[in-house]
Design a binder for this molecule. Structure first.
Ligand SMILES: Nc1ncnc2c1ncn2[C@@H]1O[C@H](COP(=O)(O)OP(=O)(O)OP(=O)(O)O)[C@@H](O)[C@H]1O
Ligand SMILES: [Mg+2]
Length: 387
């Protein structure tokens, strides 16, 4: 299949000229003559490369570039800025906006073609390196006790049941309720690893700290010994744990707890997907709104963040879901019904809900969420991931 190139230029002649030239080199060409059109085409028909003009009336190329980089679905598409602007500052601005290369008009056709070829080869190499690299899903509570751990654990378990090589990891040192709900009374695997220098953290060092649940689900756990919360570790070690886990499992789901401390604010950046857990109560929703704002400020694109409501009590006096969406300005990815009995029994049986009662309505909801996440995760990689 020929590689597909999206050319963006408000000047139709220029579009035609470059398009024809590259077509002659065997590439498939799609074109857009405005910034907004470029963004929608990049999402609906993802190209292997984008050639982007800077001066366009509706939205300039820098902004298009920034938006492409902010969206998980278009983040890794290589971009060549192609423009009549020749100042060094313009070039710097292009690279800062996230461009991979920069060409000034007019360019010799041979030069354009060779740059295009080089960039495509480089990105194909990167994709090859990424194959076999697992995805990371972080779960954050808008508030304590809203069901964050339940979601993280059941998401990993749901993926595991679906045949994925999933792993659940608990970053909450000293309040490791994930381990307790799986029957591990004193698993300190996470702390054992985090206290090693980042340079020593490798997949092989992590493997020996993994606790495997009788179901086969692998976990990297924190204990519930309060003192463990005092363990200090360099943030680089936590980042190294996350990247090692990418090679050990296809999907790693992280319980990040609640509260946006230094560690969470750094670790959320390592996540391909972020699930924010809320409950349908005013105070929690207000806290969720703040958290979402913070996540956006720190550069998260909306498409990377997913909202999940957990109803822990069977009560009529709670905010309806459409009001929740309105308050948070975001669609809900899942609504988990109240199921206190099965939640209680599953915990007593030291099993995730989806494994304890796979046919329960709440299990269906949780498994559906797991499916959604793995599908989104796959398309995020722009179809570049191995199936
Ligand atoms: N859908 C549900 N219906 C009823 N109870 C639930 C549901 N989901 C979770 N629970 C229960 O709610 C309690 C809190 O859940 P969980 O520990 O997952 O919350 P958390 O946000 O991780 O809490 P913490 O802030 O303490 O870490 C647990 O007892 C759990 O079994
Ligand atoms: Mg928890």
């Amino acid at each position: 299949m020929p590689e597909k190139i999206l050319i963006v230029d408000d000047d139709i002649d220029s579009l035609k000229l470059i398009g024809l030239m590259l077509q002659r080199h065997g590439y498939e060409i799609i074109a857009a003559n405005a910034g907004n059109q470029a963004l929608s085409k990049a999402i609906s028909d993802p190209p292997d490369l984008i050639i982007l003009d800077i001066m366009m009336p509706d939205m300039d190329g820098y902004e298009v570039c920034r938006r492409l980089r902010a969206n998980a679905d278009t983040r890794s598409i290589p971009i060549i800025m192609f423009t009549a602007k020749t100042l060094v500052d313009d070039k710097v601005a292009g690279f800062e906006a996230g461009a991979d290369d920069y060409l000034t008009k007019p360019t010799h056709p041979a030069e354009l073609a060779s740059r295009v070829k080089a960039i495509l080869a480089r990105s194909a190499g990167q994709r090859r390196a990424e194959v076999g690299k697992g995805m990371t899903i972080g779960v954050i509570g808008a508030k304590g006790g809203v069901g964050t751990t339940t979601i993280a654990l059941n998401l990993a378990a749901g993926l595991f049941i679906a045949g994925e090589n999933a792993l659940a990891a608990d970053f909450r040192l000293g309040s490791g309720s994930m381990g307790l709900s799986l029957g591990f009374e004193n698993a300190t695997g996470m702390a054992n690893i985090l206290t090693k220098p980042a340079g020593e953290i490798r997949p092989s060092t992590i493997e020996s700290e993994i606790s495997t649940h009788p179901s086969g689900l692998r976990t990297l756990l924190s204990s519930s010994r309060p003192k463990e919360a005092q363990v200090r570790y360099p943030i680089e070690s936590a980042v190294a744990v996350i990247s090692s886990l990418r090679t050990l499992s296809k999907q790693s789901v992280f319980d990040l707890g609640y509260g946006y401390d230094d560690i969470v604010s750094r670790l959320q950046r390592e996540m391909d997907r972020l699930i924010v857990v809320v409950e349908p109560y005013d105070v929690t929703l207000k806290m969720a709104r703040r958290l979402l704002q913070e996540l956006e400020i720190s550069g998260n694109d909306d498409s990377r963040i997913h909202l999940v409501v957990v109803n822990r009590s069977q009560s009529n006096i709670q905010t309806p879901w459409n009001e929740v969406e309105h308050m948070l300005g975001k669609e809900l990815r899942a609504i988990i019904s109240a199921a206190p009995e099965v939640a209680y029994q599953a915990a007593r049986a030291a099993s995730p809900i989806v494994m304890y009662q796979p046919n329960h309505i709440v299990s269906n909801q949780l498994i559906k969420l797991a499916e959604d996440m793995s599908v989104t995760v796959r398309t995020t990689a722009g179809g570049h991931m191995a199936p």
